[in-house]
Ligand binder design. Sequence first.
Ligand code: ZN
Ligand code: ZN
Length: 149
Amino acid sequence: MPEITLPAQGRCRCGALRVEVTAPPLFSAACHCTGCQRMTGSAFSLTLGIPSSGFAVLEGEAVPGGRRGALRHMHCAACHAWIWTEPPGMGFVNLRSPMLDHPPRAVPFLETCLSEAMPFARLGAPHGYDAFPAMEEMEGLLAAYAAER
Ligand SMILES: [Zn+2]
Ligand SMILES: [Zn+2]
């Protein structure tokens, strides 16, 4: 069963920024890295990998925030909530899934940076990694996600 029903809409904390997803997610994930802990003020971030062609801002303005580097972390210009991240050259965006009006209910498919996890916050995802899956492993993981969810 798909994790979300398309088209799926979402919004930031204040509601000024609204986004829409029109393509099936490539994966769902929780990241336990200390960067995500600091960005969220919580134990991990939640992600849906969405093909860039299937992701759009409907309303409002997004501005870069967080750590300024190769990854662009996009935030609502009004309330500064962290909405999505753009990994360079990957063709997908990492949408923070709690922004969706109907976020996925299942435990994420992937769990990353478990070596940095707060011990109480491990989710027992089907695929867990101390850091990140190797590039050559991604194709198989995406195929498994497409088949299972
Ligand atoms: Zn992270
Ligand atoms: Zn906002």
